[in-house]
Design a protein around this ligand. Structure first.
Ligand code: GLV
Ligand code: MN
Ligand code: MN
Length: 409
């Protein structure tokens, strides 16, 4: 079976035109650009001979016809604001190219390849919504509760996009023997260590907490400092305190980010009556995550009421750390070795749909290097030769997995 590298690279470049921003993409979930990309992908799946559909959460899913079992391959095609062209897109198009090449080559196997682009992995409304839905972990109440920063609900976005009311596709334990996700590393380790293939051992847990300070709006010129209930100043002090607290309880792997902040009403001459920060923190250990969250709460308790400002912490997202399947990871490692590619076992600091799938089906991930470690930015890039090597290693892994599962039946 021959992978068509040129076709893969052309598909990647075509997909990158949907929501293109210079060298990157701005393709937030359920925007017109995201919808157009999904419809393009649906057509490419149908042209490849897959039985394809877009489901009730926006997942684009293509099944190989005439097989009783399948290796599921994919990732996501939504992006962060002004993100990169390969984050997610590459894993989906790896799956498409491998499925298509196998169909074209007439590979005789009872185990096919199914391809999926999961909706809203990046969490414009609800991080990992598509994979959670696929694994039966997203209820109607979750869809009702999920909201964008602008306050639009996921339910409204689904209606607007025309997906609401469609059936939601589900993992089929009788059919899906494994899930394989190819992805760019999004960090610098492979490049620094001179390795070409990352074999993912596990994925960090991710938590998000909103901390909200509530005070009183007043004239910023006439209100003496000691009479203010300044929510903005309180939030800045809170964040400073929390940075020091995190440093006390962190592990070497811990990371945190103050990624979004709002001051209301948001004018230079009005004391803020409300200030809110979105804090995200990650670690491979649930114990460390608990310690960090404990500091968020302790800092809020300590600050609450000071200067007439209330301080409240509210958990938004809790995703547990996830391990990858050792047997499939070893198969990726062996495939890399037989292609002469140096590989590295490594944890993933980024979240991926694989962290949902791994609780239901043997799951593994392959990384290829990111130039300069850059990602979640339009500068994100990877050498074409590395993209081609990555798909070769993944295609070999699919072949080995298909063989081993066909033998078992
Ligand atoms: C996904 O890209 C994440 O790590 O948030
Ligand atoms: Mn991402
Ligand atoms: Mn991604």
């Amino acid at each position: 079976m021959q992978i068509h590298y040129r076709r893969l690279l052309d598909d990647l470049r075509t997909l990158a035109k949907f929501g293109q921003v210079r060298t990157g993409v701005h393709r937030l979930s359920f925007t017109p650009e995201d919808g157009a990309a999904r419809h393009w992908l649906l057509q490419r799946m149908i042209e490849a001979g897959l039985d394809a559909q877009i489901d009730g959460i926006g997942n684009v899913y293509g099944r190989t016809k005439g097989v009783s079992k399948a290796i599921l391959m994919g990732s996501h095609t939504d992006s962060v604001p002004k993100g990169g062209w390969l984050d997610g897109a590459m894993g989906v198009l790896y799956g498409l190219e491998i499925a298509r090449s196998r169909i074209e080559a007439g590979v005789q196997s009872d185990v096919g390849v199914d391809v999926i682009s999961f909706a809203d992995e990046e969490g414009t409304y609800r991080a990992l919504a598509g994979s959670l839905s696929f694994c039966g972990q997203l209820s109607d109440a979750d869809i009702e509760a999920a909201k964008s920063q602008q306050g639009t609900t996921l339910r409204e976005a689904l209606s607007e996009s025309g997906y609401a009311g469609r059936p939601r596709v589900k993992l089929d334990p009788g059919r899906h023997v494994a899930y394989l996700e190819g992805h760019i590393e999004q960090g610098p380790r492979l490049e620094i260590e001179g390795k070409k293939i990352g074999v993912v051992t596990g994925i960090v847990g991710i938590r998000r907490v909103h901390v909200t300070c509530t005070g009183q709006a007043d004239h910023a010129g006439t209100t003496p400092m000691h009479l203010r209930k300044d929510a903005g100043g309180a939030l800045i002090s809170y964040c400073h305190d929390l940075m020091q607290r995190f440093a006390q309880v962190r592990s070497p792997d811990s990371v945190w980010n103050f990624g979004h902040i709002v001051f209301e009403p948001g004018a230079g001459n009005v004391v803020p009556n409300l200030a809110r920060v979105l804090i995200e923190f990650r670690d491979v250990s649930e114990v460390t995550l608990d310690r960090m969250q404990g500091e968020i709460i302790a800092a809020a308790t300590q600050a609450n009421g000071r200067g007439g400002v209330s301080v409240q912490a509210n958990e938004l997202i809790r995703i547990s750390p996830a391990e990858m399947d050792e047997r499939v990871a070893t198969m990726i490692e062996a495939a890399a070795l037989s292609r002469g590619a140096a590989s590295l076992r490594m944890p993933s600091g980024a979240g991926h749909d694989a962290m949902v799938l791994t609780r239901h089906v043997p799951t593994a991930m392959l990384f290829i290097p990111s130039i300069g470690g850059r990602s979640h930015d339009i500068t994100e890039d990877t050498n074409e030769a590395d993209i081609c090597l990555g798909i070769d290693v993944l295609a070999d892994t699919v072949h080995a997995l298909a063989e081993s599962n066909a033998k078992r039946s």
